[in-house]
Design a protein around this ligand. Structure first.
Ligand code: ADP
Length: 547
């Protein structure tokens, strides 16, 4: 009857390469013991290597397993494996507790006497997954300041304990490590003479019968996979803990049976410390997680950065503004002094000079007075221009309104009609349509200066032509004269303050074009100069944006 068929349970036993048969032989009595002691059950032993056993536990292809502390910790953490009993080894018919590693070299290696001497040495361990034969010894090396990844000469793996021991004795490697008991077992088998071995940094523990170089850890674990029911695992636990030391099962495993499961946190800590197995990335936080974990710090840092940045900018701006305000205040003060405190006395001088000139009969004195009047006029013009420029330079608050540039040009040109007539010159301005632009009335000064210069620097009888061209989004106003023109080397400088080209006895302040340039700048326009294409004279042009 199906109901009476015994339940089959599989025990996956970790067995290193080449030792699976031995494992089977050692474990069959235990399987038999369990099958006998737990009614209606059959236990099977499956020797598995590291990859196989971890896969079987993860996939729950087996119900029970027997593994070293490292694999147990890994399986417990990753796959919810549970503990049942810890192996209880025996030596010379008495039981002892603890699993460690032995680090050794050949006894005739006088150059290697402690773990410190292993820097740069070639080293063989059992396998990367061997707890007592690799992990524990590497922990001990680390405690002695030797990082096995960096400080050893070459690290190789023998895969079996015997291979490691023989490689060291044969001198194939400088030193090696195996789990506790491996050396004694080989001595017992007669395969090595212990005199050929020098154990490094040997530790002595009370009631510990084996050679050991390291701390002691709990022994191997009999465990269950996550899905194994409590009913059966409890029965297995009771059976193992009550296994008689003289049973076939215990003897075959070189044990006195099993003890209640030990704490595996020392093994867990060692794995963390060495960053192995599931702890390879321990302590390393991936960038995305870092962001999630520490977003508030990041936000805080960014906020701090922004605050500091804004604060220093504000401070700079404030200082800049203060300097600007200071220099503007100075300029305004200077402008006011020129306009009032200089202009007033000059006007008084001019007034009295005019009166004296009109009353004077002496020709010589009259001539002197005329010079005083002319120079006073010049002074008045200079003061007027300088104060105007100073005002314009500090003034950016100019209001604009749409005006017809053609109309402004007409008015300005008209104001010069008498002067042109006096010099027998012709002012040619033909407007066709309207030229609307956003301008302030100060733009008149620009046209006035260009026309006045054209008048001043042109010969009698010549013509000054004013045109407005459509240049896409701008109007180009051109004032063309037939004077001597301006040499190329001088052209860029005539817009600078007080720069005058060949004066030819013509009066001027040297400020007119500088003022014109500033006014055009305020209008976001441009001002330039070219040679008159007809051969003599200049073309001064102004570009103003269309409205
Ligand atoms: P000012 O005419 O009072 O000297 P401006 O700044 O108006 O000052 O002109 C600067 C200089 O540019 C003038 O001194 C003159 O040498 C030169 N200049 C200006 N316009 C003309 C022109 N139409 N033809 C020849 N030279 C000119």
């Amino acid at each position: 009857m199906a109901d009476c068929a015994p339940d089959v349970y599989r025990i996956g036993v970790l067995s290193v390469h080449g030792e699976k048969n031995d494992t089977m032989n050692q474990w069959l009595p235990t399987a038999e013991y369990l099958s006998t002691n737990i009614p209606n059950t059959t236990f099977e032993v499956i020797p598995l290597d590291y990859d196989e056993v971890t896969l079987a536990i993860a996939n729950e292809d087996i119900e029970f397993f027997y593994v070293n502390p490292m694999v147990y910790v890994e399986m417990a953490r990753l796959h919810g494996a549970g503990r049942i009993a810890t192996f209880q080894p025996t030596w010379n018919n008495s039981s002892y507790t603890g699993l460690g590693g032995v680090i050794f070299t050949r006894s005739d290696r006088d150059d290697i006497n402690s773990l410190q001497d292993l820097k740069g040495a070639s080293f063989m361990a059992v396998s990367e997954n061997s707890f007592g034969g690799f992990l524990v010894p590497m922990g001990e090396l680390k405690n002695s300041g030797i990082d096995h990844k960096k400080d050893l000469g070459e690290l190789t793996f023998g895969q079996t304990h015997d291979k490691v021991v023989l490689s060291v004795i044969n001198g194939d490697v400088d030193a090696g490590s195996v789990r506790t008991g491996a050396l004694e077992k080989m001595v017992l088998e007669g395969s090595i003479d212990i005199k050929d071995i020098k154990v490094l940094d040997q530790n002595e523990y009370v009631d510990y019968p084996l050679l050991v170089s390291t701390d002691l850890y709990p022994d191997w674990m009999f465990g269950k996979v996550a899905s194994t029911p409590e009913t059966i695992s409890n029965k297995v636990s009771i059976a193992l803990l009550s296994m008689p030391p003289d049973s076939n099962a215990a003897i075959a495993l070189d044990s006195t049976g099993w003890s209640v499961p030990a704490s595996y946190s020392p093994a867990d800590n060692l794995m963390k410390d060495l960053r192995v197995s599931l702890y390879v990335d321990y302590g390393k936080v991936p960038p995305a997680q870092l962001l999630v974990q520490y977003w508030y710090i990041l936000v805080l840092v960014i906020m701090l950065f922004v605050i500091v940045e804004v604060h220093s900018r504000l401070k700079l701006e404030k200082a800049k503004k203060a300097r600007l305000e200071e220099s503007n205040d100075l300029k305004d003060l200077f402008t006011d002094i020129m306009r009032h405190d200089l202009m007033n006395p000059v006007h008084v001088i001019k007034g009295f000079s005019d009166v004296l000139y009109s009353k004077e009969t002496d020709i010589e004195k009259k001539e002197s007075l005329k010079i005083i009047i002319e120079q006073t006029d010049h002074l008045i013009a200079m003061i007027g221009s300088a104060s105007k420029l100073a005002k314009l330079e500090s003034n950016t608050d100019v209001e604009f309104e749409v005006q017809d540039i053609g109309n402004i040009l007409w008015m300005v040109a008209d104001s010069f009609s008498l002067a042109f007539a006096e010099k027998d010159m012709k002012l040619d301005f033909r407007s066709c349509g309207e030229y609307p632009s956003h301008v302030n009335n100060i733009i008149e000064d620009v046209f006035s200066n260009l026309i006045s210069n054209a008048l001043k620097y042109s010969p009698r009888g010549s013509t000054v032509k004013i045109e407005v061209l459509d240049e896409g989004d701008s109007w180009k106003i051109m004032v063309t004269d037939e004077g001597d023109g301006i040499p190329d080397g001088i052209k860029p400088h005539v817009f600078e303050r007080f720069k005058r080209a060949d004066k030819k006895g013509i009066k001027g302040s040297g400020l007119g074009l500088a003022i014109a340039k500033r006014i055009v700048e305020i209008h976001n326009g441009s001002l330039g100069i070219e040679d008159n294409p007809s051969g003599s004279g200049s073309v001064f042009w102004v570009m103003l944006k269309k409205a």
